[in-house]
Design a protein around this ligand. Structure first.
Ligand code: FES
Length: 82
C-alpha cells in the first residue's frame, strides 16, 4: 500500500479518500473506520451520516464540478509601438 492519500473529487458527488486514513473531528477525536482504507466523504452537506456520504447527493440533485479549473490563458504582451 502506498503511504500517500489519494482524494478523488467525484462529479456531482462525494470525495473518495483512499490510503492510510485517520479521520478526526475538530477536537481530535477519531472515527473508527474499522480498518477501511477507502471512504467517501460528503461534500453536498445533505448526508444523514456526515461526514460520510450516504448517497443523498443524488436525491437532492447536487451539482458541482469535479475537475481543476484550467489556468488562465497566458497573457500576450501588446505589440511594441515602434
Ligand atoms: S456527497 Fe453524497 S450525500 Fe453528500
Amino acid at each position: 500500500m502506498s503511504d500517500s492519500v489519494k482524494i478523488t473529487v467525484r462529479p456531482n458527488g462525494s470525495l473518495r479518500v483512499e490510503g492510510p486514513i485517520v479521520l478526526c473531528d475538530a477536537e481530535g477525536r477519531e472515527w473508527d473506520l474499522a480498518g477501511k482504507s477507502t471512504i467517501s466523504l460528503c461534500r453536498c452537506g445533505h448526508s444523514a451520516n456526515r461526514p460520510f456520504c450516504d448517497g443523498t447527493h443524488k436525491q437532492v440533485g447536487f451539482q458541482c464540478a469535479a475537475s481543476p479549473v484550467p489556468p488562465p490563458e497566458a497573457s500576450v504582451p501588446p505589440p511594441s509601438a515602434s
